[in-house]
Design a protein around this ligand. Structure first.
Ligand code: NDP
Ligand code: 2IT
Length: 448
């Protein structure tokens, strides 16, 4: 697809200025290619230099996180919060604790979050944060002490109407609890400053399941455009964390069969399908902090493939739910060869750029994470609404709203793709629909 000259200029400039930020540039390239279609038709964005502005975060906070381990030794990690764009609401987005975290990773995630949050239809700007702290093998006490130190700095930059973090890789309910407790002590405020909170203290029902449920609802919508249904489909999922768990649950409930999950150590192939106590066991594996999916293979006597990704297993639907760039060109070729008809992203940017191009050209159903994994932040938005009203909705109410959000996002992608001459292209559809609302809001607000 031809890149618009203005988009190319901004991207070239960005690539020179931040040449080492590989992941951020990858995310920016995808968006620039998609929105080239709008820029060709609407000169107002170039006139207002919107692209130069939108690729620059409004604010970046980098800080030292000192903590003491169980042996009493001083340790230090790096902390980040990128407040990328507040055109349509307070900054909103997760925190990632993983050894691979760099500013480039946080900027790519924050950039994606701008368009994702816009697609949800809720009033949320884009932000992301995290640390290169590695939770693997850390004791309960070390995790708590780290979270407290991280929040000691972060607290001065966030607030219920300013910036509302949540979880991501390595940050789940336990970490949100320690972070919230420390925020409350420092600020003397009980407010909805984080989402993904415990159900007893302001958390929304369904938030833990929301991302995976949303991914499945989105896949269902995609399949329906071709007269198909998730029921009876063979599904391969990567990862075994929060998103993978929610997706396995919902796919199974809707009559699909999940035959593989994966971890950093390899993947398991469970031809009978992952259901019942096996889904419960995914939670136990995650909570153990061992980060081994091999444990599943040993417990349920199914084959384990060390050091391999699950994309060689024959399936109708693939749901990458682990991390960025986990699906290569070869993986995509293998999936297509095996007759896969639908790839719905649960992780953020799991498919490398060249592989995504192959998928788009192949005309199978393929959706980008910023559309199909938006159910997590969508229910975070519902948690913020409940906190503001000091109310709590039932599971059924939240689930109904989540389904509505996912249907609307699907519809927006389909319509935008049609309107700009690329029907069925969910990547272009998501980027165009997400971008327009934010860019128009920036124009309305003047010097922002
Ligand atoms: P979890 O921490 O619960 O699980 C992440 C899984 O991916 C783990 O199995 C983890 O193992 C593995 N993983 C992470 N990084 C790598 C890596 N570099 N190489 C290999 N495996 C890796 O995280 P989530 O389920 O919350 O997140 C999964 C994906 O979904 C991420 O891309 C996240 O950004 C995205 N997402 C999450 C949302 C949420 O609400 N939680 C919402 C929308 C998207 P290990 O830790 O050992 O590497
Ligand atoms: O990538 C994401 O959308 C998330 N990790 C969830 C963010 C949130 O604020 O709920």
């Amino acid at each position: 697809m031809a890149m618009n000259a203005y988009a190319q200029r901004v991207l070239d400039d960005l690539s020179k200025r931040y040449y080492w930020e590989k992941e951020f540039l990858q995310a920016a390239t995808e968006v620039m290619e998609s929105i080239s279609l709008i820029l060709d038709r609407e000169p107002k964005y170039e006139k207002a230099n919107i692209l130069e502005r939108i690729v620059e975060p409004e604010r970046i906070v980098c800080f030292r996180v000192p903590w003491k381990d169980d042996k009493g030794e001083f340790r230090v990690n790096r902390g980040y919060r990128v407040q990328f764009n507040s055109a349509i609401g307070p900054y909103k987005g997760g925190l990632r604790f993983h050894s691979t975290v760099t500013l480039s990773i946080i900027k790519f995630l924050g950039f994606e979050q701008i368009f994702k949050n816009s697609l949800t239809g809720l009033a949320m700007g884009g932000g992301k944060g995290g640390s290169d702290f590695d939770p693997r093998g850390k004791s309960e006490n070390e995790v708590m002490v780290f979270c407290q130190s991280f929040m000691t700095e972060l607290a001065r930059h966030i607030g219920a109407d300013t910036d509302v973090p949540a979880g991501d890789i390595g940050v789940g309910g336990r970490e949100i609890g320690y972070l919230f407790g420390q925020y409350k002590r420092l600020r003397n405020l009980f407010e909805g400053v984080l989402t993904g909170k415990g159900a007893n203290w302001g958390g929304s029902l369904i938030r833990p399941e929301a991302t995976g449920y949303g991914v499945t609802y989105f896949a269902q919508e995609m399949l329906r455009t071709r007269g198909q249904d998730i029921a009876g489909k063979i599904v391969v999922v990567s990862g075994f964390g929060n998103v993978a768990w929610g997706a396995v649950q919902k796919v199974t409930e809707l009559g699909g069969k999940v035959v593989a999950i994966s971890g950093p150590d390899g993947f398991v192939h469970d031809a009978d399908g992952i259901r019942g106590e096996k889904i419960e066991y995914m939670l136990a594996m995650r909570a153990s902090g061992r980060d081994r999916v091999q444990d599943y293979a040993e417990r349920f006597h199914v084959p384990f493939y060390a050091g391999k990704r699950p994309w060689s297993i024959k399936c109708d639907v693939a749901l990458p739910c682990a991390t960025q760039n986990e699906v290569s060109v070869e993986d995509v070729q293998q999936l297509l060869k095996n007759g896969c008809i639908c790839i719905t992203e649960g992780a953020n940017m799991p498919v490398v750029l060249d592989a995504a191009k192959i998928l788009i050209d192949s005309k199978i159903l393929y959706s980008p994470g910023k559309a199909s994994n938006a159910g997590g932040v969508g229910v975070s938005g519902l948690e913020m609404a409940q906190n503001s009203m000091r109310l709590k909705w039932s599971r059924e109410e939240v689930d109904r709203e989540l389904q509505k959000i996912m249907r609307n996002i699907h519809q927006s992608c389909v319509e935008a793709a049609e309107q700009y001459g690329c029907p069925g292209n969910y990547v272009n559809g998501a980027n165009i629909a997400g971008f327009k609302k934010v860019a128009d809001s920036m124009i309305d607000q003047g010097l922002v």
